[in-house]
Design a protein around this ligand. Structure first.
Ligand code: BGC
Length: 708
């Protein structure tokens, strides 16, 4: 018998249940139920895991209680939402996804893990790999965007980054792929609402990123708060046991979401605490986060015969094994050196942040900023908002260590006078400050408007029914635009914001999302041309909230949209097309694609094709282009989306240079799910497309014939 089995054999029922209990610490940031009797719970063995605590001293104090003062001395798991950095805050996931760069995705997670582990954290509730196609849903900001292929690559990179080579490494933390699954499809984008998805969409879009996280070795998974067609995910045995544990062979830990087991009662599927506990445990949920339903309900569930001892033991063993893998039994305090943000971490944060900025429009050549500029008016409520730059879920990030837009620009342009006026407040309706902003703008050579959302408007509980600029910002922007002077807009936000009038009138608009600790410097790098923008949109940008959910991977309709024809798939009052397509993002260079070729043109299902093209830099400016490879199966037994992403290449090109770009595409990767939801490559013609975004008008195409 090993250490774990011996421990299990000596545990009382209360101690076993304690290992399945994760209690919120006094630093609780997430929800109701922070417990006052935490220390007593740890000492008595009723609390085996803690969340929302960090810092060596407080973590070690609790760990000491567990290791030295509880009967069995089992160390605690310390969980925290380290979502996009710990001390050093990187761009929010939606922004980072727009880099289309698994190497950077992994490196930022690695740094976050090292900083968090040094602070006593052993498990992060990240990555969130929910595909998000509805910007009303506030948690889109935490997601890798609308595309399943991107979400898979993101899930794998983040899992590798957080967990490192060995979980026992001093700078590794357990990754938790969340929230299985379909959370992004909540009805009408409303937080925690019900979800109803077809089996096909679940398996084609929402589940693959979780399979990718499992394949990359994620040691934990979190079920979502929501129900799918009436079955709460916290009690969804068919997906948690059948799909995750059996089909994906996941043998790690399932951790409920915050208070989710108690909420099974509100979902209306159980009558009491014992039933809730039994349903969740039977579905495979090992750890109860913060609801105490396992503590209160499992003894009764056992007594009623709703669950067995053996079932309970399986979950307890999983928890103990993970603690062993982390090395906690041998080094409960983990030997990582304490460190905050290092210079290297800040440099990575700056590089990731500037790469995440997307140049949405550039109508008049106002960028990069001219060296002759003497005065800039920096207007808007986000100009000096260093705290907002961190975005939601900023863990141990310190607002005073974040660089505001004003600070970044002042540091980059020491000889330019930069005056800043907020003009309006986002939350308070009051137009009186606009006059001062206009005054400032009139006196300057150039105006930069810093508009958008505060961090609190996205993230959990951040659903919005209106996607336009909140508060009086439109009034401010229109007044500034009416002055007719050169004007650039920076949008700080956690989702696409709808403002067609702004995109039409401003000389340039950049979306800067929430860029993290180095936001101001990163923005200055792009505006001054020190860094040529390369960021792309990981989500389609709608013109109007009435278009959502809007995403590039739509299926064809029998009546495709035709301008002016009523009985086609369109709106009476709006074009069906987006404001900006998926993967849109301009550069100071201009690129074009040429001579797309697919070889061979006739290919067997067991073979591969070589797709190649030429990328030209048609400008005199060195830059980096991102080229996207899509496929479409035009005739299949189940109608296929018009475009499906299969590859991405990022290439740096000097002035007027050209480069060959190629992909080797195994025909097996063109498989789709057949009628029985099993992957199949149906012989016939496949269309292959390459583009600088998903804009159908900008694609090059060729086709191949797949033969059996
Ligand atoms: C969120 C999770 C998070 C948990 C712990 C919940 O409210 O849905 O994403 O990991 O709280 O903070």
């Amino acid at each position: 018998m090993g250490r774990i089995e011996r421990l299990l054999a000596g545990m009382t029922l209360a101690e076993k249940i304690g290992q399945l209990n994760m209690a919120a610490s006094f630093r609780a940031v997430t929800g109701p139920g922070a417990r006052r009797d935490l220390e007593e719970g740890i000492r008595s063995g009723r609390v085996g895991n803690v969340l929302n605590l960090w810092g060596r001293a407080p973590v070690h104090a609790l760990q000491r209680l567990a290791v030295e003062h509880s009967r069995l001395g089992i160390p605690l798991l310390m969980g925290l939402d380290v979502v996009h950095g710990h001390h050093t805050i990187f761009p929010v996931p939606l922004a980072e996804a727009g880099l289309f760069d698994p190497d950077i995705w992994e490196r930022t997670a690695r740094v976050a893990a090292a900083e968090a582990a040094a602070d006593g954290v052993s498990l992060t509730f990240a990555p969130m790999v929910d595909v998000a196609r509805d910007p009303r849903w506030g948690r889109m900001v935490e997601s890798p965007g609308e595309d399943a292929w991107v979400a898979c690559a993101f899930a794998a990179a983040k899992t590798r980054g957080f967990q490192g080579r060995e979980l026992s490494g001093a700078s590794s933390v357990v990754a938790t792929a969340k929230h299985l699954c379909g959370y992004g499809a909540v009805n009408a984008g409303r937080e925690y609402a019900s979800v109803d998805l077809s089996e096909r969409t679940l398996h084609e879009v929402y589940l693959p990123p979780f399979a990718a996280a499992v394949a990359a070795g994620t040691a934990a998974v979190m079920p979502a708060f929501i129900d799918i067609a009436g079955v709460p995910m916290t009690a969804n045995a068919s997906l948690l046991q059948g799909w995750l544990r059996e089909r994906q062979a996941f043998d790690g830990l399932l951790i409920s979401d915050y208070n989710a087991i108690a909420e099974l009662c509100a979902h209306g599927v159980v009558a009491d605490t014992a039933e809730a506990a039994a349903l969740a445990l039977t579905a495979g949920v090992d750890i109860d986060m913060a609801s105490e339903v396992y503590s209160r309900g499992l003894p009764e569930a056992l007594a009623r015969g709703l669950i067995s001892q053996a079932q309970l033991d399986v979950s307890v063993l999983r928890v103990l094994r993970l603690k062993e893998r982390l090395g906690l039994f041998d080094d409960p305090y983990r030997s990582a050196q304490a460190h905050g943000s290092t210079v290297a971490a800040r440099e990575l944060a700056r590089d990731a942040a500037r790469r995440a900025i997307v140049l949405l429009t550039h109508r008049r050549a106002v960028l990069p900023l001219s060296a002759q500029l003497r005065t800039i008016a920096l207007i808007g409520p986000l100009a000096q908002a260093s705290k907002e730059m961190l975005g939601p879920w900023s863990a141990a990030g310190q607002p005073e260590e974040a660089v505001s837009i004003l600070e970044g620009l002042r540091a980059a342009l020491p000889r330019c006078r930069i005056e800043s006026v907020a003009g309006v407040d986002i939350d308070r309706r009051d137009l009186r400050g606009i006059a001062a902003a206009l005054e400032c703008s009139r006196a300057a050579d150039l105006t930069i408007l810093c508009l958008g959302e505060p961090a609190s408007m996205s993230g959990e509980g951040g659903s919005r029914a209106d996607l336009s600029l909140p508060g009086d910002q439109q009034a401010l922007a229109e007044a500034a635009l009416d002055l007719g002077k050169p004007l650039i807009v920076l949008l700080t936000c956690g989702r696409p914001l709808t403002a067609p009038w702004l995109f039409e009138r401003a000389d340039a608009v950049l979306v800067t999302w929430f860029l993290g600790s180095e936001a101001g410097h990163a923005i200055a790098d792009v505006l001054t041309g020190k860094f040529n923008p390369t960021g792309k949109l990981a989500v389609t940008w709608p013109r109007h909230v009435g278009q959502v959910p809007l995403f590039y991977g739509q299926r064809p309709t029998g009546r495709p949209a035709k301008a002016g024809e009523r009985l086609t798939s369109s709106y009476l009052d709006l074009p069906p097309t987006p404001q900006f397509p998926f993967a849109h993002g301009l550069s100071y260079s201009s690129f074009s694609l040429h001579e797309l070729r697919c070889e061979p043109r006739i290919v067997k299902t067991s073979e591969a094709i070589e797709v190649s093209l030429w990328l030209h830099n048609d400008s005199g400016v060195h830059g980096e282009a991102t080229v996207f490879l899509f496929v479409h199966d035009p005739i299949a037994s189940i109608s296929r989306p018009l475009l499906e992403l299969k590859g991405v290449r990022r290439i740096a090109l000097g002035a007027a240079e050209r480069a060959a770009v190629s992909w080797r595409v195994p025909v097996s990767s063109l498989a789709s799910l057949g009628a029985e939801l099993a992957p199949v490559v149906e012989p016939g013609r496949f269309e292959i497309y390459a583009g600088l975004s998903a804009d159908a008008d900008g694609l090059l195409g060729c086709s191949i014939e797949v033969v059996p």
